[in-house]
Design a protein around this ligand. Structure first.
Ligand code: GCB
Length: 600
């Protein structure tokens, strides 16, 4: 077999920095049915010598003559819903880890003076995108948004976008080869065409500055970044507060200012009163059609630490939390809607929570916004999980990129109070360098929130648990996971002492154990609801003795799929540590935690 090959396939459009608040902009949804082709050997990308081929599936070719051989046809291929993971939409793909091609046709009409960005909320994990057969970009990382300027690739009439998605795991990826959740492949979040002017507001950040409790005036700092350099006039206003501020961008297209507001006029965002204000940003231009306008609803609050306390709006707060994976509430599959988020967050509220830990990757924007509306604080994390390839520069760049995109997307959300940079990572000099650099980088992007990471207990003798981690100096909050009663004996719980030698607030970021809903027995019978219930009774009593404890996010709200959980009849590929079953039924331990939180 011979085929023409291309030595390098050229990419025609550049990726542009993520545009903020994409839901608040003029956009056209490309969600819906997409045709897909399962491509186990990447036949659609490589030739038989494993060189990228010019004749790949991205050409969306059709036979031009009766005898012409073309061995694929997107239009005859099945369709699946986008956004949506492939594992739960096609039985053949339940365990699949490899390449699937997707194709969508759509109509477009070019608009004078406007640019069109092709936006993906998230694609897991590695994806290449073609518009009308031209490759516009390549992206890695499964949980953060990215967008391409495709203005010059689009034409009036029918257009075709083709996406190659590959969710194979590799040691140098973030996350790495092993992780305890389902590797849902596919285009798992929205696909949108976002219409923007030539010069547009790329990102902005409004943040309430910390102040003394008696301060009569409060400062809101504003920063705006345009996509182009040069001096331009901007206006930021908060109509309800009758505030308006003019700004002029500098040579880098950046502007900042401080808006002053009488303290008595400003209602602060808090779980009890999740107030948000409409904020409008406008960019002036010679003709109104060339200017830009974007509106958001933003809450104002401060978060800081004082010794071993976490302060929200200057007052100590206990974070009554729960960990949560991004899975639909009933059934499974990746969640990506306000409705999914609302159900999960309502369960958390019923449990008495004011806080949720988004494990172990950034969740979709609907979930964060819904939580902000409902008054639920959040911890958002990047998937630096377990054994990352600490010395590989590409791995660091990947982690930093995911961190940047997580922060850029959610930096105006009042409910996000903690950025987490890692979970349960093995100690080494290389790891400290990697994570230390990442923590400093996170702080350079956003010094208005707290930085943490889920650490591990580093030693135990005579019931004394030690937490010694060099990363303590880089974090604001010392958080750690512990599984007494599950990976260790529950009878040890009352004897436990804790040595955490840092003057910083402490969060127990995980504890818990598995139970199959409806399976009953003695409290020492593993997998019964009574076992899990007893574990929660013992653990909550034990946690009360930890000095500086400012919050907990037990593991986990709901049973979630994991390929590591193979015990037939009990796990059936679910991690059963949920307080709710995978179908949303409450287990007995739910009530133990609820009661404990009532007392906090
Ligand atoms: C952990 C991990 C979490 C797992 C959990 C478990 O420590 O952080 O991702 O799912 O334990 O169930 O073992």
């Amino acid at each position: 077999m011979t085929m023409l090959t291309a030595t390098a396939l050229s990419v025609v459009a550049q990726e542009v920095p993520q545009v903020a608040n994409v839901l608040g902009r003029q956009n056209v949804s490309l969600n819906g049915k997409w045709n897909y082709i399962i491509d186990v050997q990447e036949e659609g990308y490589y030739d038989y010598r494993m060189n990228p081929t010019r004749w790949g599936f991205f050409r969306n070719a059709k036979p031009q003559r009766p005898e012409e051989l073309i061995e694929y046809d997107f239009d005859k291929a099945a369709t699946m819903n986008i956004p949506g993971d492939w594992c739960t939409q096609d039985e053949r793909l339940f365990f699949y880890e490899g390449t699937v091609w997707f194709k969508k046709s759509f109509n477009h009409k070019k608009q004078e003076g406007r640019r069109t960005l092709l936006y993906f909320g998230a694609v897991n994990y590695d994806c290449r995108v073609w518009v009308n057969t031209r490759e516009v970009g390549h992206h890695i990382g499964g949980f953060t948004p990215f967008n391409y300027d495709v203005t010059d690739q689009l034409k009036d009439g029918e257009n075709v976008v083709i996406v190659k998605v590959d969710n194979k795991r590799h040691a140098e990826d973030v996350p790495t080869q092993i992780f305890d959740w389902w590797n849902y492949g596919g285009i798992t979040r929205d696909v949108l065409l976002v219409e923007v002017p030539e010069v547009y507001i790329e990102n902005y950040k409004l943040q309430l500055e910390k102040a003394d409790a008696k301060a009569r005036q409060r400062d809101i700092s504003v920063a705006v970044q345009l996509n182009k350099p040069g001096e331009r006039q901007l206006k930021v206003s908060i109509p309800e507060l009758k505030l308006s501020q003019a700004l002029t961008t500098d040579a880098n297209g950046f502007a900042s200012a401080t808006i002053k507001v009488p303290a008595k006029n400003l209602m602060l965002w808090s779980p009890e009163s999740p107030v948000r204000y409409r904020v409008e940003l406008s960019l002036a231009a010679a003709a109104p059609a060339l200017g830009d306008f974007v509106a958001d609803s933003i809450g104002f609050r401060t978060v800081e630490t004082r010794g071993k306390q976490i302060l929200l709006n200057g007052k100590p707060v206990f974070l009554k939390g729960i960990s949560i994976h991004e899975e639909k509430p009933n059934g499974g599959g990746r969640a990506n809607s306000t409705a999914d988020a609302h159900t999960l967050l309502s369960w958390a509220k019923e449990l008495g929570c004011n806080f949720v830990r988004l494990a172990h990757y950034p969740h979709n924007e609907y979930a964060v916004r819904e939580a902000e509306r409902m008054g639920i604080m959040m911890w958002s994390e990047i998937p630096c999980y377990w054994t990352i390839a600490w010395t590989n520069p590409g791995t660091y760049a990947n982690a930093q990129r995911q961190l940047t995109d997580m922060i850029r997307r959610d930096q105006n959300r009042a409910n996000i109070i903690i950025w987490s940079i890692a979970n349960e990572t093995p100690h080494s000099k290389e790891r400290d360098q990697f994570l230390g650099r990442l923590a400093q980088y996170a702080r350079s992007l956003d010094n208005t929130r707290l930085i943490s990471m889920a650490m591990e207990v580093t030693g135990a003798s005579n019931y004394k648990n030690r937490l010694h981690d060099n990363m303590h100096e880089f974090v604001d909050v010392v958080s750690f996971n512990q599984y007494i009663g599950w990976y260790r004996d529950v009878n040890d719980a009352p004897k436990m002492e804790w040595e955490i030698p840092y003057d910083k607030p402490v969060i127990v970021s995980e504890f818990g154990g598995g139970a199959k809903y409806g399976y009953h027995g003695a409290k020492n019978q593993r997998w019964t609801e009574e076992f899990q219930e007893n574990l929660y009774i013992e653990n909550t009593a034990m946690l009360d003795k930890i000095d500086g404890l400012c919050g907990t996010t037990p593991w986990i709200l709901k049973d979630f799929r994991s390929p590591r959980r193979v015990l037939d009849g009990i796990q059936d590929y679910y991690n059963r540590k949920g307080l709710f079953s995978d179908k949303g039924e409450k287990k007995k331990a739910f009530y133990v935690l609820k009661k404990w939180y009532e007392g906090k």
